[in-house]
Unconditional design. Structure first.
Lengths: 219, 552
């Protein structure tokens, strides 16, 4: 079937989402909770787009294309939502995300400033740095669920879970016992997909004495 | 919803295992808290991963904190707020010397808040153990450990022949099984256009047709008995006072759709619902209305009751399905719709309690008779409404659509206590707009209320009298909204917290920034919780701006 994304026609298979169609057409739609290796989740709401005939924006990642659909990625209401959401997300972090992270890049591209319209509480700093390969900085977690889903869908280790609800939502390993006491197999899929470095791979340089660290890891 | 976790839940169910949530709830009953050992056991029994079970144990209110030998839950719902602005909660905190979530040093008493106990006719309501006390003196009695069970006023019907308040008698199912057959029953329900009574108003027949046509077996009927809307006690009355009518509706849905199993999800805030329904189910088995080969028809159907554990958003259908399977009650994006992938990934119809309670009449008397129940309205059938304690005669009443809000408030419910004037109404739950007294001539109907930024919703009518401060009401609503956000979609997770904090602070609120936030919530949220919370706040901005403490 055929859909139009910002005026360009694209041929897509039935079941293709708007986001997949847009990527086929090389059209950028911002995303935070999306990872093409994982089932779409529909949580971050920055991928909202306008669809002709629809009164309100729809999420591109979970909305299947319909034949003849006319999609506007620059729809003003959708832009407002995306910008507001990125602003809200930045406002919950105690420090700005590192420039190389997906969150920082999406924020830059949407021209979200560091002057949030709705400032307020930030996540408490809580860091787990006892694992030899993975660092967990809970305060940078934006509950996009990518790590939890990567651990479930890619690795099948089920070492991670979402916890809490509302603003207090976060992610923990195992029974909040950290990676080492969980079913984590150190595959790194969580760190690889994390858009904020809340979970990141530790670099050898952090350890100083590499040999001491390796011998300590098995203990 | 993770396909893998749903598959684990399906396998657990196939072996008759308890869900993780059931094991965790039992732990609180047995030893008043959830320990890591309980979580490991829940994982082992249910087949879910340990981390997943940990996540479940951090989601539901009932599992969060250890409780004392006597657990006191104070209702902080909207009717209790309208009664006294929340003074009863402060009195209990002071009297017990406990904050919410705390247990006394000797382990005797604990305190938490809950929304809502469904005793909105007699606010304020407090639950002490499994006793729900309400009204004058309730706080003092609970402080003295002398709580008594509050009475529930009898419900009534304004219809010439009551429908929903009339005890169920299985006559609709008898006709469906012997005369109509499944296809004709489904056609009658489609022609009756039964709009969902849980809030969204989606036609039940359309849902049923999707599920009937969906491939996959077995199919399931899920009853949404998670009437979490503060101010609402309609489904409570239906489940507890007319369980046969509900069960009959569930079996009819199963027959029409080709399902063999039904689940009713009740609320833990309504401790009587599950036992009452289970007794009615046992009786129906004895009488041959449930089980195998129902009344010799060859149709098999069974129903089980599952109780939630404290979460408002579980009333959203995808979150409800997650809860039913013992998972965190977070919302999932649709598609896939439950009709395609519901319980255990199989075709599932999710209907509200009252919606299903409408079905026996349609099965017995047909769509035309059903359409005639509300002669002054385009909407078919009747509706149960309920009133809060501020009214002189608060109870559940069956009414035709099209009646005006003024008739409902002044004639049906007898006006407000002590001759007080109505300042505003909140209709249909916390996501319903606020109707100012100047608009009381609005008709109680889907389109008429929508035109005023309000909704039929669940049918609850909460009156605020002149004592209610609208900024405090905004804080009350947003506190509930932020607390109950499931935490999945970003606008709701962060935005409702920010919205609450703007109004809870002492400073004036920037109207333009607040409206920009409401815009993002409304357009961006994943479910009706985040997209619906702006409605009452917009009403307050429209009708009571002077009381809100706004700047540009």
């Amino acid at each position: 079937m055929r859909v139009t994304i910002d005026g360009s026609a694209v041929e897509v298979e039935p079941g293709t989402t708007i986001l997949e169609a847009a990527r086929q057409a090389d059209t950028w739609i911002p995303t935070l909770c999306f990872d093409e290796r994982l089932a779409p989740f529909g949580a971050c709401r920055v991928c909202m787009v306008g669809v002709e005939g629809n009164p309100a924006p729809v999420p591109a990642c979970t909305t299947p294309c319909r034949d003849g659909m006319n999609v506007d990625t620059q729809d003003p209401a959708s832009r407002r939502v995306a910008t507001a959401v990125v602003e809200l997300v930045l406002s919950e972090l105690p420090e700005p995300p590192a420039a190389h992270t997906e969150l920082a890049q999406v924020a830059a591209r949407l021209e979200v400033t560091d002057q949030p319209r709705w400032p307020g509480a930030t996540h408490p700093v809580r860091q787990e740095l006892d694992h030899p390969y993975l660092a967990f900085r809970h305060e940078l977690c934006i509950s996009c669920g990518r790590c939890v889903r990567a651990c479930d869908e890619i690795q099948g280790a089920f070492a991670l879970t979402a916890v809490g609800r509302g603003f207090e939502a976060n992610v923990v390993a195992g029974m909040d016992s950290g990676f080492r006491e969980s079913t984590c197999v150190s595959c790194g899929a969580c760190a690889d997909t994390c858009p904020t470095d809340a979970i990141s791979e530790r670099r050898l340089i952090e350890f100083g004495d590499v040999y001491a660290t390796i011998s300590g890891a098995g203990a | 919803m993770s396909r893998n976790l749903v598959e684990f839940a399906r396998r657990g169910d196939a072996t008759g295992a308890q869900t993780a949530l059931e094991v965790l709830k039992q732990a609180v009953v047995d030893h008043r808290e959830v320990t890591d050992e309980d979580r490991r056991r829940a994982a082992q029994i249910s087949g879910l991963p340990e981390a997943t079970v940990y996540g479940v144990s951090t989601f539901y209110d009932d599992l969060l904190a250890p409780v004392g030998r006597r657990h006191v839950r104070v209702c902080t719902g909207t009717a209790c707020f309208a009664a006294n602005g929340g003074a009863h909660a402060d009195e209990l905190r002071a009297g017990l010397g406990l904050e919410f979530g705390e247990v006394s040093d000797d382990g005797e008493v604990s305190l938490s808040e809950t929304v809502c106990l469904g005793f909105c006719h007699s606010s304020p309501a407090v639950r002490s153990g499994d006793l729900i006390d309400a009204g004058d003196g309730a706080v003092a009695r609970v402080l003295d450990d002398a709580a008594t069970a509050a009475a529930e006023p009898a419900w009534r019907s304004l219809l010439p022949e009551p429908v929903l308040t009339k005890p169920g008698d299985w006559s609709g199912l008898r006709r469906a099984l012997t005369e109509l057959g499944a296809e004709a029953l489904l056609t009658e329900v489609e022609e009756a256009t039964v709009r969902g009574r849980g809030g969204a108003g989606f036609p039940a027949g359309t849902k049923w047709r999707f599920a009937r046509n969906a491939s996959g077996a077995p199919k399931y009927i899920v009853v949404n008995g998670d009437e979490g809307d503060p101010g609402s006690y309609i489904d409570k009355y239906l489940m507890e006072q007319n369980p046969v009518r509900l069960l009959e509706g569930v079996v009819l849905a199963g027959f029409a759709v080709g399902a063999t199993r039904g689940f009713i999800l009740t609320r833990s805030e309504y401790p009587r619902s599950k036992p009452v329904l289970e007794r009615a189910i046992a009786q129906a088995h004895n009488d041959g209305w449930l089980g195998t080969n129902i009344q010799g028809s060859g149709f098999d159907f069974d129903i089980e009751v599952i109780e939630g554990a404290g979460s408002y958003v579980v009333g959203e259908e995808t979150a409800l399905l997650a809860c039913l399977q013992g998972l965190r009650g977070t919302v999932s994006a649709r598609p896939p719709f439950p009709a395609e992938r519901g319980v255990h990934g199989l075709p599932t119809v999710v209907n509200n309690v009252e919606t299903l309670a409408n079905i026996p009449f349609i099965a017995a008397h047909g769509a035309a008779a059903y359409r005639a129940l509300s002669p002054d309205s385009e909407t078919n059938g009747s509706k149960l409404v309920c009133f809060n304690e501020r009214f002189n005669a608060p109870t559940v009443v069956e009414v035709p659509f099209g009646i005006t809000m003024r008739e409902l408030c002044e004639e049906v419910a007898g006006g407000l206590r002590g001759g007080a004037g109505i300042k505003a109404l909140q209709i249909g739950g916390p996501l319903g707009g606020i109707l100012p007294a100047s608009k009381l001539d609005t008709r109680f109907d889907f389109d008429d209320l929508a035109a005023e930024g309000c909704m039929v919703g669940h049918g609850s009518i909460v009156a605020f009298d002149e004592r209610t401060n609208m900024r405090e009401l905004a804080v009350h609503l947003l506190r509930f909204g932020a607390h109950e956000s499931c935490g999945k979609c970003f606008p709701c997770r962060i935005g409702l917290r920010r919205a609450h904090d703007m109004f809870a602070a002492a400073e004036p609120v920037s109207r333009s920034r607040f409206e920009q936030l409401l815009d993002a919530l409304e357009l961006g949220s994943l479910c009706a919780h985040g997209s619906g919370m702006p409605a009452p706040l917009r009403s307050l901005l429209d009708h009571f701006p002077a009381e809100l403490g706004l700047i540009d």
